[in-house]
Each structure stands twice: as structure tokens, then as C-alpha cells.
Design a protein around this ligand. Structure first.
Ligand code: ADP
Ligand code: MG
Length: 701
């Protein structure tokens, strides 16, 4: 079949063309974001319900979600507390009380439920103390018998998300009109691989499948299309980048990297060596490097960055390192000074703070953080900064390399802005948040990926324990002992200040309390409300050991490196995300002493328990990321705006990995054969719409 390459949305006709959608329903559908016929086609059911073979409740299993059908034998409003309605449902002719189920709704009274009606109920079943089957807050749908009943019963029925005033039954009838009765076109907008269900058929079947098998094939087709469009964007971007040839300076002595290497007090790990070689290979090629470096907390990414920066300096160019926070930028400045200033390279710090103070890019003085510039002509220079580097004040003359640390903390736009400085600079983005494979192939799909999968030797394990608030006192005793041994500690709280709205501890209030509990210890306080100078002062004191216990909010989350700190307490741990807990815990376990992490929290949800349990079980960042992804989904993990990922309606990054692989390979082939994709205007249009283009990673200027 020759593909229809025509452009335009599948069916842009307004909703009024659909039978039974008058102004009132059109308005309600608008509340669901549905304005055109096309929107309806893409409105994926939340789930499907097999209403062909329903079992009686007596065959149900405890805690399992089931669909039941029956007659309402009794309905009574609740008389106490939040209970609003209780109904008893069972077969029309009752034989045993074991066939009955009691459904209860709390907080709101479901609409339209009357004794004698027939209903579908969907929800988890449990037995109460008296051994009766119950369902709490179930989905329900009143059964009507009329000429349209076949749309709703005795079939696999779609269940949609609803809005106030629109019932499942009414919406399903509208969807039936839209997908089964009103004509629409869904052209094949690219050469789809053989074996996939035609797109038009898929839109019909995804809503009202005749079998589960058909539903599966429809899902596969539409999910594939979504991935394919996304992967075409990625493939095209990569192809464009590879065509850019950047002008590189020719002086490449290799001298700086060699001298630095010889001066290192310890050998590089094999993983570090491997990644450095990968970077060297990129730098030897014409197109600019666009590499993502993934490495768990503590894997030694900074040294890889130093290697790349020295390479740029050797080539007579400038290198910039951008960090997400002031604390981290300062720490990087300190360690870069330590490692590369002896080679005659100046390290400038550029943050919002330094900018305000002086026109000069350098900051000096009271803290002795930064030595004066060497008098001799420097061998080159690097600049370290925060997002202040993006502002116009910072002008890079010879910017050849940009390293972006803890990349997940930055938005896509910030990356874009920085890469526009200089002329097609090489870009190395580093992240300690392991990216699940499917996400990596989309968000970071046009970057080459290196992985630091080996920790520097001699790391001590971190033992992680969950504890209850009651056990806190024991912890303080334990902590006092550790301080006595010369160690340092972090204590983390979710809030800066007490809040009436949020039931959680604050770092300021606990600071006062802890002064009394640990009168001997030298305490420090760090949170986002302190100004830059104050933060800097606190961190310097902590590094120097003048502060023994640092009470902080999650501002210490990324990158902070104080090897002598071996104890961490996180209070209200249930309030932190898994990735965040992992980052926080990564502040300890960095030195020669074994470390302890204590999580204090009283999670109120299953999810909360799962998170803390995973933390106890593993320190493997990759496993934590995968679990987090499974619990929360991609949107929450990165924040959609942050990730630049368009909403996926059909495809799931959690479950459709194989499909994604196939779509990626197919997209790469198509783009290789025809980089402009001019033969496929329908495809180009999809690539340019629907937020897909927002997956802009690193701009090719
Ligand atoms: P991250 O990948 O989290 O940014 P860092 O670069 O901060 O990790 O490194 C963590 C610590 O490990 C630092 O104190 C660093 O000096 C040290 N380190 C890095 N590489 C090695 C190595 N090859 N051998 C021993 N220690 C190393
Ligand atoms: Mg780091």
C-alpha cells in the first residue's frame, strides 16, 4: 500500500460534528482538554474492563482489584464521620450472603445510585472483621438497558478519566461515536514496518477492542508511532550535529595532561581511563563533542572533567565548568585550583555573588580560597561558575569546552544558552542521577554516553538504617561518640523554618534544640536562605573541621565532598524523593572510615515505605533510579518541563523498551537515507508539533 504522506492532524473537525455533542458536553469535554475530533481519538482510556466474563465476588481474592456486576439490594447514607454512602450489591436472586459485597464511599456521595439499580463496581476487595466482602471508594457505573447498552456491557469497555458533570457512560458513548461511527482519517505518515496494525484501525481498536490481543496490537502501533516521531527528532538532530565541523586550534602538546597525570597521588580507575580515552577520541574528530557522562555519586567525575578541560587548554582554548549551586561551584574552584594551578593555569570563579562584588572575575581575600594569580604568563585559563555564566556579563573569547556538572539540576534551556557561547564548543554533561535506559534514549538521545561504572578503590561501605522518631535519642549518643573519634556529620531537615502548613522539622528550630542536646559539639547551619558569603563561610569551616555537625537542608545534596564526614541523619526522610535521598547519602562514604546513614521517618503511604526500604537495601544508584522510575514514572522524576520530554499518550517509557529500540533503529535508518525527511511531510509536521521539538538537547548553532 503506498503510504499517504498528507499533512495535517488526523481529524481537526470540531466536536460539534459528532452526534450527541451539544454545547454543554462540548464545554465539559473542553475541561478534559478535548476540543477536536482528533483530541478524542488521542484520548487514551485509563484502562479497559473486560465485562464479558465477570466472576462472582465469592471467587475474588483478598486485596485484588476486580470488576463486579450486580443489583443494589440496599443503599443507605452514612451517619457518622466521612462515610457518605454504603450499598450492598449481589446477584439479582440471592443464594448466599457470600455473594454479597458492601461498597462504601467516603468524603463524597456518588451520584445516581438507587436501590434496585444494576451496577458495575471496580476496586480492591477485602474482607472486614465480620468476614464480609467490602470495597472502599470503588469506581462505579449504573447499568441501563436500552438500544445502546452494547457500547457499555458484555464487551471490553474503555474506562476514561472523567471530569465533574460527565459520567463514564456518557463519555463512553461520545467516544464510541467519535471512533466507531464518525468518519476520520489517520494516514500512514511514514513507511511503517510491516506487521504493524494500520494506524486508522489502531485508533478504533485502542478504544473499543474486540479482544485483548487486538488491544495489544493497537497499543503497539500507536506507541510505536509516538516513539518513532521522537526518535526521528533525535536522529535528525544528531545527524545535523555530526555535519558541523568546528575549527580547532592546532596546538595539542599533550603536555598538561601528562604532567597532571604524573602528579596525581593515586592511580586513575580503569573506568576513568576508559572515559578519558573516549573523550580524547571525540576531541580528535571534526564535529563538536556532545557527551553525557553518567557516574554514580563519588565515582570521580571531576577528574574526568579536569582531563577534558586540560585538553582544551592544551589546544589554546578556554574551558568552562558550570555547576548548579554556588556551594558546588566554589568547591570545584577549590579543587581545580589544587589540581591544575600548579600547571600554571588560572582558575576563575564566576557566580552571581562574585559578579556583584567586583567587575573582576576573580574573588579573593579573607577566606584565602583563592590564591593570587601567578605572575608568569599563565599556560591558560578555565572558569568555574553557576548559571551566572549564562548571563551576558560573562563573555568567553576562546570557549572551546563546556562541562556541565550535575546536569539534571539544570533545565534544557540553560544548556542551550551556554552552548551558544563560543563557536560550537565541545560539551560534556555529567550526571550522578543514573538515567534509566529508556529515558536516556529519549531525553539524552542525541548525546554519546560514557559510564563511570567503577568506584575508586578503598571506599568504605555505608550502612543505612531506618529508625523511628523514638529512637532519635540513641542516635545523638551514637553521634557524640563519632565526634569523639574525630568524625563529622550531616543532619538533614526538609524545612528551613517551622511551618504551620507542613508537619515536618525545620533546620532552624532543630539547630536551637540540638545545641542543648549536644552542648559539646560544634554545630553549623546551612540552608538556602543564607546569602552566598555566609554559605561559603559555613562550608569552609566544615571542610576545615571547625564545624563538626552540619545541620542543613537539601542544599548539600549535590557534589559536596568532605571525606571526614561519615555520619548522616535525615529527618522526615519520607519527604524526600528516592533520587534525592541517594544524592544526600552520597555526601558520606567518601573517605577511609566506614559510614552510617540513618533515615528517620514515618511514611504514611506504601510508596513512602518502599522508598526507605530500597535505601536500606542498596547503595547502587542505578538500581535506585530504576526503582524510582517504576514508582513515580518519568514525568515526576525529571519534571516534564525540565526534561523537555513531550507527553507520551500511548507509549510508556516504563514498559515499552523493546518498542523504543525498534523505533530508534528504524528512525536512524530513515534519517540516514534521507536526512531532510522531505519525502514525509506528515512526519515532519508531527516532529515539529506537539511539544516534540522541545526535546532540544544541546543546540547546534
Ligand atoms: P563525583 O563523581 O561524585 O563528582 P568526585 O569527582 O567528587 O565524584 O570524586 C569523589 C572523591 O573521590 C574525591 O574526593 C576525589 O578526589 C576522589 N577520587 C577521584 N578519583 C579517584 C581515584 N582514581 N582514586 C582515588 N580517589 C579518587
Ligand atoms: Mg561531582
Amino acid at each position: 500500500m503506498p503510504a499517504d504522506t498528507s499533512t495535517g492532524p488526523e481529524s481537526p473537525t470540531p466536536l460539534a460534528s459528532i452526534l450527541g455533542v451539544g454545547p454543554r458536553y462540548a464545554e465539559l469535554l473542553g475541561n478534559l482538554g478535548l476540543f477536536t475530533h482528533d483530541d478524542l481519538l488521542h484520548f487514551v482510556p485509563r484502562r479497559h474492563e473486560d465485562r464479558r466474563h465477570l466472576k462472582p465476588v465469592s471467587e475474588a481474592q483478598e486485596d485484588q482489584a476486580v470488576t463486579l456486576r450486580g443489583k443494589i439490594h440496599a443503599a443507605k447514607p452514612g451517619h457518622w464521620g466521612a462515610l457518605k454512602l454504603e450499598i450492598t450489591v449481589g446477584p439479582a436472586t440471592l443464594e448466599s450472603s457470600q455473594d454479597l459485597i458492601i461498597a462504601r464511599w467516603y468524603g463524597f456521595r456518588p451520584y445516581g445510585i438507587k436501590e434496585g439499580s444494576e451496577v458495575f463496581l471496580y476496586g480492591k476487595v477485602n474482607r472486614d472483621k465480620k468476614g464480609r466482602w467490602t470495597m472502599k471508594q470503588p469506581d462505579y457505573e449504573i447499568i441501563h438497558h436500552d438500544s445502546e447498552s452494547f457500547i457499555h456491557i458484555d464487551r471490553i469497555a474503555p474506562i476514561y478519566n472523567l471530569t465533574e458533570g460527565l459520567s463514564q457512560r456518557v463519555l463512553r458513548r461520545i467516544m464510541f461515536e467519535a471512533t466507531q461511527r464518525t468518519p476520520f482519517r489517520a494516514p500512514e505518515f511514514y513507511p511503517a514496518p510491516p506487521g504493524l496494525m494500520p494506524r486508522q484501525e489502531a485508533f478504533r481498536a485502542i478504544h473499543f477492542p474486540n479482544s485483548w490481543e487486538e488491544e495489544g496490537r493497537a497499543h503497539k502501533r500507536l506507541a510505536y508511532d509516538e516513539f518513532f516521531v521522537l526518535q526521528c527528532v533525535v536522529a535528525q538532530r544528531k545527524a545535523t550535529r555530526v555535519r558541523v565541523h568546528r575549527r580547532r586550534a592546532t596546538v595539542k602538546s599533550g603536555d598538561l595532561t601528562r604532567r597532571w597525570n604524573e602528579a596525581l597521588p593515586f592511580p586513575l580507575t580503569n573506568a576513568q581511563k576508559r572515559v578519558m580515552a573516549e573523550i580524547d577520541r571525540d576531541l580528535a574528530l571534526g564535529p563538536p563533542m556532545h557527551r553525557l557522562l553518567q557516574g554514580d555519586v563519588g565515582a570521580g567525575k571531576t577528574f574526568v572533567a579536569i582531563h577534558a578541560m586540560l585538553k582544551a587548554v592544551e589546544a589554546g582554548e578556554q574551558a568552562a565548568l558550570m555547576a548548579p549551586t554556588q556551594i558546588l561551584a566554589e568547591q570545584h574552584a577549590i579543587s581545580l585550583r589544587r589540581w591544575i594551578e600548579p600547571l600554571g593555569i588560572t582558575v576563575d570563579l564566576y557566580t552571581g555573588n562574585t559578579k556583584r562584588k567586583k567587575g573582576d572575575r576573580l574573588r579573593g581575600g579573607e577566606l584565602d580560597l583563592f590564591n593570587p594569580k601567578p605572575a608568569a604568563k599563565p599556560a591558560g585559563s578555565v572558569v568555574v561558575g553557576t548559571h551566572a555564566l549564562l548571563h551576558d556579563g560573562y563573555a568567553a573569547e576562546q570557549l572551546g569546552l563546556i562541562v556541565i556538572d550535575e546536569q539534571h539540576k539544570f533545565g534544557v534551556l540553560q544548556r542551550l544558552a551556554l552552548s551558544r557561547k563560543g563557536q560550537n564548543p565541545d560539551i560534556l554533561v555529567m550526571t550522578a542521577t543514573p538515567i534509566p535506559r529508556t529515558l536516556g534514549m529519549t531525553i539524552y538521545g542525541d548525546l554519546d554516553v560514557s559510564v563511570l561504572d567503577e568506584m575508586p578503590p578503598g571506599r568504605q561501605p555505608i550502612v543505612t538504617k531506618r529508625r523511628s522518631v523514638k529512637e532519635l535519642d540513641k542516635f545523638w549518643t551514637f553521634l557524640a561518640g563519632k565526634i569523639g573519634e574525630g568524625r563529622q556529620a550531616y543532619v538533614i531537615y526538609p524545612l528551613v523554618e517551622e511551618s504551620e502548613k507542613v508537619d515536618a522539622k525545620s533546620v532552624k528550630a532543630e539547630f536551637e534544640r540540638l545545641k542543648e542536646r549536644l552542648p559539646q559539639a560544634k554545630l553549623g547551619l546551612l540552608h538556602g536562605q543564607l546569602d552566598g558569603d555566609e554559605k561559603e563561610r559555613v562550608m569552609t569551616a566544615f571542610r576545615a573541621g571547625e564545624i563538626e555537625v552540619l545541620l542543613a537542608t537539601s542544599v548539600v545534596e549535590v557534589g559536596v565532598d568532605v571525606p571526614n564526614a561519615t555520619v548522616m541523619l535525615i529527618e522526615n526522610a519520607e519527604r524526600f524523593g528516592l533520587a534525592q535521598l541517594h544524592q544526600l547519602r552520597g555526601r558520606i562514604g567518601r573517605g577511609e572510615h566506614p559510614s552510617d546513614c540513618v533515615l528517620v521517618g514515618e511514611p504514611r503511604s506504601l510508596e513512602g515505605w518502599q522508598r526507605l526500604k530500597i535505601m536500606e537495601e542498596t547503595t547502587d544508584g542505578f538500581r535506585i533510579a530504576e526503582e524510582d522510575f517504576m514508582i513515580r514514572g518519568p514525568g515526576n522524576m525529571f519534571g516534564t518541563e525540565q526534561s523537555g520530554l513531550p507527553p507520551l499518550r500511548f507509549a510508556s517509557l516504563q514498559t515499552d523498551l523493546e518498542l523504543l529500540n525498534q523505533a530508534r533503529a528504524d528512525a536512524e535508518r530513515l534519517v540516514r537515507d534521507d536526512p531532510s525527511l522531505a519525502r514525509w511531510p506528515g512526519l515532519l509536521e508531527k516532529m515539529n508539533s506537539g511539544g516534540v521539538s522541545a526535546v532540544s538537547l544541546v543546540a547546534v548553532s
